[in-house]
Every structure is written in C-alpha cells, then in structure tokens.
Design a protein around this ligand. Structure first.
Ligand code: SF4
Length: 102
C-alpha cells in the first residue's frame, strides 16, 4: 500500500461517514422505537418534542438538524421550525457582514 494511493483516501472518507458523533450516545431518544421522530403532515410531533425537552444534547442535535436540512424532529424542533431558523439566519447574516465592513 502506497501513501498516496487513492484507496487510502477513500478508506478515510468512508470511515468518517460511518462514524457517529459522540453526542449520539447521550441522546434521550436513543432506543425509543415507539416515539415517532419523523411525523408527516397531520401527525403529532408533541411526543417526540417532549423527549427532546429532557435531552442533554439538544444544542448539538439542533445544529445538525439545521445544517444538514434533516427531516423530522431534531434538537427540540420540527422541520418547519428549522426552515424558519435557516431563513432568519440567512436574512441576518448578510446584514451582519455588511455592518462589519463599515
Ligand atoms: S434533542 Fe431530541 S432528537 Fe435530538 S438527540 Fe435529543 S431527544 Fe433525540
């Protein structure tokens, strides 16, 4: 095996894709198969949101949900709420950038 072998790069990328973030092991939803964390239109997200309210890794989960445009309940928010977060952030960020240029 050579150091610059493209197969080595592929192996590294594959490993990073298959490794879960450390905070997953602390998720309050871990193993809760009877709670629907992926409600579709008309289904109740409240049971999943109640679990999130007890979770110690809510911030990390919300960050992943927002940045990866995930479906379902993540970090105590629904997909609709995270769309609003992304929209608000997209509006605020250019204003902040413009302010810092002055
Ligand atoms: S915040 Fe909610 S969805 Fe995220 S890990 Fe915790 S319980 Fe699971």
């Amino acid at each position: 095996m050579f150091r610059d072998d493209p197969a080595n790069t592929y192996e590294f990328d594959l490993a990073s894709l298959t490794q879960r973030p450390a905070w997953h092991s602390q998720a309050a939803c871990r193993g809760m198969k009877n709670i629907n964390f992926y409600p579709v239109r008309g289904e109740n997200a409240a049971p999943a949101l109640a679990i999130c309210a007890t979770c110690t890794v809510q911030d990390e989960c919300l960050a992943q949900g927002v940045s990866n445009n995930e479906r379902g309940v993540w970090g105590g928010s629904t997909a609709r709420q995270r769309r609003q977060i992304r929209t608000t952030t997209a509006v605020i960020r250019p204003r902040l950038d413009a302010t810092t240029l002055l």
